[in-house]
Unconditional design. Structure first.
Lengths: 878, 108
């Protein structure tokens, strides 16, 4: 039998027993047969055989004992033994298991996030070679969409990519789907025919686009996502080939995508690019296209970046009016999808590992203290013949049991935390929702947890073993003063390290909490409470932007809403407050010095109804607001915000100024400024108010804002009814209170701060347990010394100070080392900070003070006990 | 001094037997020891088996189930290379033990 098959067989005790049984029985049978052959009677022959053999049951047990000497049976015994030992000291066990559970649970939860966000492969082929390509402009934050002609030029001139594909989420993002008498508002995406082949996504039903769809006139076809297929069509397998009505036009469904492969993730219905309006297709003014490229194998990102930059420079020379200063920005797909989460996840991951380390150090400390208490027992067992290996496996099975129990409990903690994490990351700007939803406990994550458990177990199973005295006499000597000093030194070092790590976590936690505080103290410039927003998209071509029919619809709707008792005022705009917006325009101040082509400034632009400012709570600082007449007469009038006035109208009388719009066309519109309103941080509270232009008017797509004097959620139904009264088939969507938008937009910062705060508390608690443990242990060890000191004249105060000094030394060392580490870590985490320095003094003081306080509390208890030691008793105790 | 005891002696007997006879089952080993020692050495037959299994664990023997001369399924044991080496050591140890004991007898 090979060793392997023997080990294999060890798992099957029953089979082994059976084999032994057979072997022994055969022996007795053969002896009996020989006896009979020699002339004995049958019963006598059998009796003699058994007699010679000895007790068969005892023999069988002994043989089985030999066979299973190193088997699982033995391990199971060890584990049962370990379990009994743990049960015998429940205080130690519960502390150790809880400590490990907190450490492992936090690690598992955060690692799940890190795994899904940073490690797991994206559901696309060659995802590591896919990049997004944006146009940049010095005046537009980040990268933006590309104009359609630029996209076509890129496609034909580039040499770095296997292919380029484009898609467009043109405003309005949604169209109305009418199907089987239902009306729904669905997310649509216009896409180039090769988008899906670039991503390597094959349809689960039907087909995706082919090249003819890019150009042909019979292009009324759609591809739908798996989610849309389920939601709107009940997962009907015969959906391919059916016709549906989108914005009043009939489309044929040609394919269904597999689940989780939608790109962009919010998309539900994909239509061919050729359906984009002709004006956008021809214009280098409208930035509408998102471009994806798949790099040629082996090509560096920087090379492709340089190649694209060359093309952009060429375009800038040919079309200076539109393309001057326009650059190109290549971003790897993963970075694009989750890049905004990376700093938060990495910082959390770092802190959680630190907390785990503290937890481990604490458990190691507990085990060391136990090992010291058990050293005589261990020595006796060694003397009685237990091998070091045997003692080690036993100690290991104990720590393994601790870590596994901690791991199981920790996994439960993690499972409870994950929904909170998902919620927090979901609304982060630039985080792909489907990737965020994939943050779950899965096999790789649990495997890592298991590895962490086993690793910690081995580490701490070993540690007390290293402390086992090799010399029997040394261990058995009563009082054991020889090795105490060395032992408690190593334990003190462990605790100093714990304190240092705790300082790092505390500091990061308080930095983020401070930063979050600053964030929520910001005045956004308008009241976010009692404000409801919802969106509506009127179907074209029945309604057109700024057309009488559209105006009538909204005027009637707003009039109806105003009569509702809960609604104070109602207005419309074209961008949800506190969301990023690329609704921007080039402009020129009339009478200003002429600018070189391409040097025109940009400003945010909004179409609003007269009551918009009152509804938001923005004050008209100068001039007047809009009137309904302005819209009805189709008058072009500007109201600008203070930021605009300060930057572009300084030194002029704003109310006699005019602004030119459509500056790239030969005949720009000259529009007078009639008022100035106060600033609002309507692009997000983290962003300063940008220059903004307001025009009076209603578009087919509108964001309706309602200021209420009751709970704003309550009026949503009224709005829906009011819309339905005007048009029974008209859906409304994206109903949300602005307070929700605000808290969603801060959810990541809030969760990061809360989690780091929790980790900081954990670290603090664990460190204080560590300090308490070491000082208490040292007091017990020094009982005799304290007795002597008191006998020669030390008073209680001296003893108290003696012990506190010991605590102060290890705390002080820990804090010093910790602060150095903290500054380094904070420097790397500064991307997470808002208006807070990475060396923030308040945070330094807060974390040091918190730790000192806790350390003092943890040390005073045992120090007090030391001070009450009775010298005579202490000396007698030996 | 050579390490030798009763258990070691049983091991030696088994190893020697197997080196002389080739693969053999437990009962066969008992019979061989008995007949080769002219019935002088009678071992408690049951105690043979823990020794066989222990030596197998140590890699001195290997075992295999196959049919005996009388067509019964029995477990055959065979000496391995490590077992042969062990036999040499055990024989040397035993020689020394005997020498030592003899010396004491002569001295007495």
């Amino acid at each position: 039998m090979s060793l392997l098959s023997r080990i294999w067989a060890l798992g099957f005790r029953a089979k082994i027993d059976h084999e032994i049984e057979d072997e022994l029985k055969e022996h007795i049978r053969m002896r009996t047969a020989d006896n009979v052959a020699a002339g004995m009677p049958a019963t006598e022959a059998r009796r003699d055989a058994v007699l010679r053999f000895g007790n068969p049951t005892a023999v069988r047990e002994r043989v089985a004992g030999v066979d299973t000497a190193l088997s699982l049976d033995n391990l199971w015994n060890d584990i049962r033994f370990a379990g009994r030992r743990l049960l015998k000291s429940p205080g130690f066990s519960i502390t150790a298991i809880l400590t490990l559970a907190l450490g492992i649970g936090a690690t598992t939860a955060i690692f799940s996030a890190a795994y899904s966000v940073l490690l797991r492969s994206l559901p696309f082929q060659h995802a590591d070679r896919i990049v997004t390509i944006n146009e940049t402009h010095p005046q537009v934050a980040g990268g933006g969409e590309v104009t359609f002609p630029d996209y076509l030029d890129w496609r034909s001139q580039q040499s770095s990519f296997e292919q380029l594909a484009g898609y467009s989420i043109v405003s309005p993002e949604t169209v109305s789907l009418v199907w089987d008498g239902h009306a729904e508002q669905v997310h649509r995406v216009l896409a180039s025919s090769n988008l899906f082949s670039l991503l390597g996504v094959a349809p689960s039903l039907g087909r995706t686009f082919v090249e003819q769809d890019d150009t042909s006139n019979v292009n009324h076809v759609v591809v739908i996502s798996a989610e849309a297929w389920q939601r709107y069509f009940g997962a009907d397998r015969n959906v391919v080939g059916r016709n549906v009505d989108l914005n009043g036009v009939s489309f044929t469904i040609i394919g269904v995508l597999p689940p989780g492969s939608a790109y962009p993730a919010a998309g539900e219905f994909w239509m061919p690019f050729s359906l984009m309006d002709k004006e956008s297709q021809a214009s280098r003014v409208w930035h509408t296209v998102n471009v994806l490229g798949r790099l040629k194998p082996g090509l560096e990102l920087a090379q492709a970046q340089a190649d694209m930059q060359t093309i952009a420079a060429r375009l800038a020379r040919v079309y200076p009016a539109t393309n001057r200063n326009v650059g190109v920005l290549l971003t790897p797909l993963r970075e694009q999808l989750v890049g905004s989460l990376r700093p938060a996840v990495l910082s959390l991951m770092g802190c959680v590992v630190l907390v785990l380390l503290i937890a481990c150090a604490n458990v190691a400390n507990l085990l060391l203290a136990r090992a010291a208490a058990h050293s005589q027992e261990v020595a006796v067992r060694q003397a009685l013949g237990a091998s070091r290996l045997r003692l080690f496996t036993q100690s290991l099975s104990e720590t393994l049991l601790l870590c596994l129990l901690g791991g199981v409990l920790g996994t439960v903690f993690a499972a409870l935390t994950l929904p909170l994490l998902r919620m927090a990351f979901e609304h982060t700007d630039g985080a792909d929702p489907s990737l965020v939803q994939s943050i779950q406990l899965n096999i790789p994550v649990l495997l890592v947890t298991l590895v962490v458990c086993v690793f910690t177990a081995i580490l701490f199973g070993l540690l007390p073993m290293l402390k086992t005295p090799r010399k029997l006499t040394e261990a058995l000597r009563p009082g054991d003063r020889g090795s105490t000093g060395r032992k408690s030194r190593s334990r003190s070092a462990l605790v100093s390290a714990e304190i240092a790590i705790a300082i790092v976590v505390l500091f990061l936690g308080s930095l983020l909490i401070r930063s979050f505080q600053k964030l929520i103290q910001i005045d956004p410039g308008f009241r976010t409470d009692h404000l409801l927003s919802l969106e509506i998209t009127l179907p074209q071509p029945r309604y057109e932007d700024q057309a009488p029919a559209t105006n009538h619809f909204y005027e009637a709707l707003l009039e109806k809403l105003r009569q509702s008792p809960g609604i104070v005022s109602a207005g419309t705009t074209n961008a949800v407050p506190l969301n990023a917006s690329h609704s921007m325009t080039r402009f020129l101040i009339a009478g200003a010095a002429p600018l070189a082509p391409g040097a025109f400034p940009f400003a945010q632009i909004r179409y609003v109804s007269p009551d918009f400012f009152r509804t938001m709570g923005l004050g008209v600082v100068k001039g007047r607001g809009f009137k309904l007449k302005d819209i009805e007469n189709n008058s072009n009038l500007f109201i600008v915000n203070q930021a605009f006035a300060q930057r572009y109208l300084a030194g002029r009388d704003p109310l006699t100024s005019s602004i030119l719009l459509g500056v790239l066309s030969p005949h720009p519109d000259k529009i007078p400024v009639i008022g100035i309103v106060s600033n609002a941080r309507d692009l997000g509270v983290e962003t300063d108010a940008e220059p903004e232009l307001y025009l009076p008017g209603f578009g087919t797509h509108a964001v309706i804002l309602l200021r209420t004097n009751v709970d704003p959620v309550g009026v949503a139904a009224e709005v829906r009814d009011a819309v339905r009264e005007l048009d029974p088939n008209q859906p409304t969507y994206h109903v949300q209170t602005i307070d929700e938008v605000l808290s969603d937009s801060l959810a990541r910062q809030k969760m990061t701060a809360v989690l780091l705060g929790i980790f900081a508390l954990l670290a603090l608690t664990l460190a204080s347990i560590g300090i308490y443990g070491v000082i208490a242990y040292s007091v017990t060890q020094r009982t005799r010394e304290i007795g002597v000191r008191m006998a020669v004249g030390a008073n209680r105060k001296n003893i108290l100070l003696l012990i506190l000094r010991e605590a102060a030394t290890l705390t002080g060392l820990g804090i010093l080392a910790g602060l150095m580490g903290a500054f380094v870590c904070a420097h790397f985490a500064r991307a997470l900070l808002f208006q807070t320095s990475s060396a923030d003094l308040v945070s330094v003081c807060a974390s040091v003070a918190a730790l000192l306080l806790v350390a003092l509390l943890a040390a005073v208890l045992p120090a007090g006990r030391a001070a009450t030691i009775h010298p005579m008793e202490a000396l007698r105790s030996e | 001094m050579a390490r030798s005891d009763l258990q070691g002696t049983l091991d030696l007997l088994v190893l020697k037997t197997l080196s002389q006879t080739g693969p053999l089952y437990g009962y066969g080993i008992v019979l061989h020891i008995q007949s080769a020692s002219d019935d002088l050495l009678r071992i408690e037959e049951g105690s043979l088996y823990p020794a066989l299994h222990r030596m197998e664990q140590r890699g001195w023997l290997s075992s295999q189930w196959s049919l005996s001369e009388t067509n019964r399924k029995v477990k055959y044991y065979k000496l391995t290379a490590a077992g042969r080496k062990q036999l040499e050591t055990a024989e040397r140890d035993f020689e020394q033990l005997v020498k030592g004991v003899r010396a004491i007898f002569r001295y007495a």
